[in-house]
Design a protein around this ligand. Structure first.
Ligand code: SF4
Length: 482
């Protein structure tokens, strides 16, 4: 049996060469995906291209075919999940080790999703409904990547980078929250409030949203405070890794010292990819995912925010309208704070549309002046919007993406959307009764007794509607609910 080592665990002691295998395999794929010149050169002169990129030590020419076949990589990851002996598959060590590392990161994502469940039971039930809603809305692939983090905090107003594809349509940079004496006190007090409200889940928060972390010169100081209050070094995604190489080097050292798990560099050009690879060794970027967002990577952008507004003129660079799974990049079901204008919003992902062009609902929003008003705002939002049970005065409608597909059988109502078909068991009432409740569009729990004179019918119907509410099938869109 081939031995694999957990590389995200700082206490692991893999044998010599193991980390280099994984790091160089990762680097090869980043270069291959993001650099069309590298791809061309690899085709015409593979040996000197690999040697020029410093990769020939790990990747031999005979490895290339298996390396470049995505199906082989996916098959290897699946085999690893099933506990198969990957050595027996005959795949090169660097590929199997890289796949084992990928599988480890996928398991970490699952863990983060579980650790992100807030301690407040009302808020946890609300989040669970949003998780259920999003998994049917976006489909299995996209929703498996959604961790529904409970918290994101912006430390600047806007962003200096201005990517044409920004899925959150970050406005131009206009202000910063510096770590001066009074802000440092306020910051720690706010973190304490968030920690008390969300419990251990608060540690899964991040300190950016529609912002570039390195736009704030004190970002690392805020990270240190977050770490000391929450007990976790938050994940960072930056598009400015090459802006100040020495700062990035210190940032990577800090991340290692604090047992950071995975960070991300957004790569905006081939030149930036090459500069990242030239400035940092493959091993030092092992836990940094280089997301090749540059044009040459050919990876289409999610249709949300600014990308959605320019989709017509950049047709092959943005996903098609039908692709609901790529209509949002939001990953928070919880609270979004901005420390510059002192606002807190309660948000959750949704498909980008005319009401929600940024791909997330804003369920509520309030300003705060200090930690105690933040505390009151959070309590009010949780109380008003996280009803654990179906509200008695809310209109009983299916979500706008879900429709009744069939009422042919009287004891099963079939509903579906673009990703999922689901059967709702109807006991004590007929599927037609349930379909009629939804098609009327004006029923609430309060009006149902007038429709169902028979108490047992009414109770059965209410029980089913409550289950559907918990499954996130009923419409909670804040605009339509308003
Ligand atoms: S994608 Fe990130 S770096 Fe680019 S404009 Fe948006 S927030 Fe700024």
């Amino acid at each position: 049996m081939t031995d694999f080592f957990r590389l995200l665990d700082s206490s692991a002691q893999p044998p010599e060469g193991y980390v280099t295998d994984v790091a160089q395999a990762k680097r090869f794929l980043e270069r291959y995906v993001g650099d069309s010149g590298f791809r061309r050169e690899l085709e015409s002169d593979p040996e000197s291209t690999l040697a020029g990129a410093g990769l020939l030590e790990t990747i031999s020419l005979s490895d290339l075919p298996v390396f470049l076949d995505a199906r082989t990589r996916e098959g290897t990851i699946a085999a690893f999940f099933q506990g198969q002996d990957l050595g027996a598959v005959g795949t090169p060590d660097c590929v199997t080790r890289f796949c084992a590392y990928t599988a480890e990161k996928l398991r970490l994502r699952e863990k983060i999703r579980k650790d992100a469940i807030p301690s407040d039971s009302q808020l946890a039930a609300w989040r669970e409904r949003q998780v259920n809603r999003c998994s049917m809305l976006f489909g299995a692939g996209r929703s498996s990547a959604l961790v529904h983090s409970p918290l994101a905090i912006e430390l600047t107003k806007g962003c200096t980078v201005g990517c044409w594809f920004c899925g959150l349509a970050a406005p131009a940079y206009s202000g910063v929250f510096l770590h001066d004496d009074s802000n440092a006190v306020l910051w720690r007090e706010c973190l304490e409030v968030l920690r008390a409200k969300l419990g251990l889940a608060s540690a899964q928060g991040v300190l950016y949203w529609a912002t570039e972390p390195f736009d704030n010169p004190d970002y690392e100081l805020f990270m240190e405070d977050f770490w000391s209050v929450m007990g976790r070094w938050p994940q960072t995604t930056t598009a400015a890794a090459t802006r100040d190489i020495e700062r990035t080097r210190r940032f990577l050292d800090d991340a290692r010292r604090h047992d950071s798990e995975v960070d991300r560099f957004s790569i905006l050009s081939v030149g930036q990819l090459r500069k990242v690879h030239d400035s940092f060794s493959a091993e030092s970027l092992l836990s940094v995912e280089c997301l090749t967002q540059n044009r040459e990577s050919g990876i289409p952008k999610a249709r949300a925010g600014r990308a959605a507004t320019v989709a017509g003129s950049r047709r092959n660079l943005v996903v098609d309208e039908e692709c609901v799974s790529a209509s949002s990049i939001a990953c928070v079901s919880g609270f979004l704070l901005n420390m510059v204008d002192k606002t807190v919003k309660m948000i959750s992902p949704c498909a980008s549309d005319e009401n929600w062009p940024l791909g997330y609902w804003v369920v509520d929003e309030q300003s705060f002046v200090g930690a105690s008003s933040l505390d009151s705002a959070l309590s009010r939002m949780i109380e008003e919007h996280s009803k654990p049970e179906l509200p008695s005065n809310g209109e009983l409608k299916l979500r706008s993406d879900v429709h009744v597909a069939s009422v042919e059988s009287s004891d099963v109502l079939v509903i579906s959307n673009s990703t999922t078909r689901m059967e709702i068991a109807c006991r004590g009432f007929t599927s037609r009764d349930l379909a009629d409740v939804f098609s009327s569009g004006s029923h609430t729990l309060r009006t149902l007794p007038a429709v169902f004179g028979d108490d047992s019918q009414l109770l059965a119907m209410v029980g089913t509607l409550r289950r559907m509410y918990r499954q996130g099938l009923l419409d909670e869109d804040p605009v339509r609910a308003a």
